[in-house]
Design a protein around this ligand. Structure first.
Ligand SMILES: [Fe+2]
Length: 199
């Protein structure tokens, strides 16, 4: 194949250690165990996506049960992995600490009362592609390990729907899995970096 951009070999793996922001204070031994896939692989949307959720700083808008947790990560350009995607728009949705989505339905924000929409929201990345949002640890629900869903969009980039996994369990993807750092207050989920593809 002459067009390397379309070749399977384009999927590259980098040691996550090189990509972890020093500000997160992660140990090298832990980071070395992680890998990043470039571009980030997609994953199933699942049955409970709701479009046009409001922009939030805390996904837990109405105090659902669960261990409080910060999610902090970054969106980068897969064609140039050192370059952040400023202003990327991330839609997140996840379960509460008891394994329930709010609501357990799909649709559009306008289909529901505002107080039915919880543990979902839109987050806008800053000029460095970084995002930081409060939430709770999502409980697993059979047969899935704990995970967070994402739709990521940015002008000039292909939309990405994917999932991140928390702690390692069966069915997770190593390059999209990280441990919650419970020695921080609040606990921190250092989301594996997203690498999205230019159109
Ligand atoms: Fe899910």
């Amino acid at each position: 194949m002459t067009d390397q951009r379309k070749a399977p070999a384009r999927r590259r793996f980098l040691k996550f250690a090189a990509m972890v922001p020093a500000s997160l204070g992660l140990s090298v031994s832990w980071a070395k165990a992680q890998e990043a896939m470039i571009p980030t692989s997609d994953d199933m949307e699942g049955p409970y996506y709701i479009s046009n959720t409001p922009v939030v700083r805390n996904l837990n808008r109405f105090g659902k049960p669960g261990e409080v947790m910060r999610i902090a990560g970054q969106v980068m350009n897969a064609a140039d992995p050192d370059v952040p995607v400023a202003g990327a728009r991330l839609e997140l949705w996840q379960t509460d600490g008891r394994g329930r989505y709010h609501p357990q339905e799909s649709g559009d924000y306008s289909d529901f009362r505002d107080d039915q929409i919880d543990l979902r929201g839109t987050v806008i990345a800053d000029s460095q592609g970084r995002f930081d949002v409060l939430s709770v640890f999502p409980a697993e629900y059979w047969p899935r390990p704990p995970h967070i869903h994402y739709w990521i969009r940015a002008d000039g980039f292909r939309p990405l729907v994917t999932q991140h996994y928390l702690d390692t369990g069966p069915g997770t993807r190593p390059h999209r899995t990280a441990r919650v750092l419970r020695d921080q207050r609040p606990a921190l989920y250092p989301a594996p970096t997203f690498y999205i593809e230019p159109v």
